[in-house]
Design a protein around this ligand. Structure first.
Ligand SMILES: [Zn+2]
Length: 139
């Protein structure tokens, strides 16, 4: 496998690649990503991380705290969105009242099971009249 090169053409260490990747993802600053990789991924000691980053251990802790807070906020946001999406999913056919455990269609605001809709489930859509097609899993 080829080494990853930095902007100056120098091969990057695994650590540098890891930090780069976290920063590129767009959430963490470089100091936050560095503190996170050193302390949470590589499990280096606070003193070791401080020496590596050239800042006091308390500053490493601060960066790690910031990183952790951001990651928790991101995870909480994702989880909230997943809840909102699943709450927005229809559970019954508007026509027969059947539980939607199979593919359904939604046209003009009405949700119908495929039996009532007289439709066939086509993977990937195909430009039919249905406004929305989904797949419900039953309990
Ligand atoms: Zn139905």
């Amino acid at each position: 496998m080829d080494a990853v090169l930095d902007d100056g053409g120098v091969p990057m260490t695994h650590r540098a690649v890891a930090i780069d990747r976290l920063v590129e993802a767009g959430l963490l600053t470089e100091p936050e990503a560095t503190a996170y990789v050193l302390r949470e991924i590589e499990r280096t000691s606070a003193d070791e991380a401080a020496a590596s980053m050239g800042i006091p251990p308390a500053a490493v802790d601060q960066q790690l705290r910031e990183a952790t807070n951001k990651l928790e906020a991101a995870a909480a946001t994702r989880s909230a969105i997943a809840d909102l999406r699943s709450a927005a999913q229809p559970t019954e056919c508007d026509e027969c009242g059947g539980v939607l455990t199979r593919p359904y269609t939604e046209t003009d605001g009405a949700v119908r099971c495929f039996t009532c809709a007289g439709a066939e489930f086509v993977m990937g859509g195909g430009g039919g009249a249905a406004g929305r097609t989904g797949w419900m899993e039953g309990d």
